[in-house]
Design a protein around this ligand. Structure first.
Ligand SMILES: [Cu+2]
Length: 346
């Protein structure tokens, strides 16, 4: 489909809201010793409201009685012992794999089990259902696991760069046609969906499309030179290319490989499906801006994905896609959930 047809394909009204992904935090505080932590998650099905009001039928890993898109964010410290009590309410088997590790567990349809593992090395991880060539994951069975370094609250690994704030941007895609197959034929129909039939119509960050990304877990804010760590995780089924305006970002980690020095500076960060990249947005006054940016001027910049269709919703509604605001020159009115878990520490 050419660009004009694609952008013209949508015909819905730009209204409604997206369900925010509640960042239920498992537990974390910087400590000298590992701890035993546990969380109860349920694999669920249900409607998730898209930016244009469409109800997409999805799956999720949720720590509440409702849907969570994306799944509950888990935060811990390296070496912790994590127990997940996973209740599978679906009529199909689910798997929970932690990307980049050998940790993988399955739970049969309509049953529950608990499993325990040791938190991997400090970094950002996708946890997801790896069955059916990615279909289960894209249908919503994914979330983020953030592992902090032992006893450190302002770095993502022990000799990494310091930050003032941290955020998580979990990228997702929604194809409502897949949801309708499951809604009408039952949960286990997910095993019959051909991954090549994927036609995403919604492109989200933390479950939200622009302009619902003006929310405290996604809109990144700070005074000048207050660096922000952004943990980028691609749970979707397509390549994304987040482009940061205003500042080049420093690539801190790529798929759990950490760079303590000689970090590359990029304005576009390519993200294949399942990629995880941590970047630092330095919040430096942009050197080339005119009029010049001074420390007492509030400046707005976008981050948007350069995969063009990702800037739309419902097949053409621009700019209601993968686009997040960045505001330099002021502190956020409320700190992100991920940052609060740091700021409130003793
Ligand atoms: Cu751009």
């Amino acid at each position: 489909m050419d660009r004009r047809k694609f952008l013209g394909a949508g015909a819905a009204v730009s209204a409604g809201f997206a369900v925010a992904g509640p960042m239920g935090l498992l537990s974390w505080s910087p400590r000298a010793h590992a701890a035993n932590l546990s969380v109860s998650l349920a694999a669920r099905r249900g409607n998730v409201a898209m930016i244009d009001g469409t109800n997409a039928f999805m799956f999720s890993f949720s720590h509440t009685s409702g849907m969570s898109f994306p799944g509950t964010t888990l935060v811990c410290q390296e070496g912790d012992s994590i127990t997940i009590n996973l209740s599978n309410t679906l009529n199909t088997r689910v798997a929970l794999k932690i990307g980049g590790t050998n940790i993988r567990e399955t739970v049969s349809a309509r049953s529950s089990r608990a499993f325990t593992f040791t938190a991997p090395a400090a970094g950002s991880y996708l946890y997801y259902d790896d069955q059916n060539n990615g279909v289960n994951r894209i249908m919503g069975l994914h979330g983020a696991l953030v592992v902090m370094p032992s006893g450190i609250k302002n770095r993502s690994f022990s000799n990494g760069p310091a930050f003032v704030r941290q955020y998580k941007w979990l990228l997702g895609n929604v194809d409502p046609a897949w949801g309708e197959i499951v809604r009408t034929q039952g949960d286990n129909a997910v095993t019959q969906i051909n991954p090549d039939s994927f036609q995403p119509r919604y492109f989200t960050i933390n479950g939200n499309a622009y302009d619902n990304t003006h929310e405290y877990n996604t809109e990144i804010m700070g005074h000048y030179n207050e660096a922000a760590l952004v943990r980028l995780l691609n749970a979707g089924g397509m390549v994304h290319s987040p482009h940061f305006h205003g500042n080049h970002v420093e690539i801190v980690s790529v798929n759990h490989q950490h760079f303590a020095s000689n970090r590359k500076k990029k304005d576009v960060v390519s993200m294949f499906p399942l990629d995880v990249r941590d970047v630092i947005v330095p919040f430096s006054p942009p050197p080339d801006a005119w009029p010049p940016v001074s420390a007492n001027r509030i400046q707005h910049f976008p981050m948007h994905c350069h995969a063009e269709m990702s800037q739309t919703a419902g097949g053409g509604l621009y700019p209601h896609g993968m686009h997040a605001p960045m505001v330099m020159g002021m502190a956020p009115p409320s700190e992100s959930d991920l940052n609060q878990s740091v700021a409130n520490l003793p």
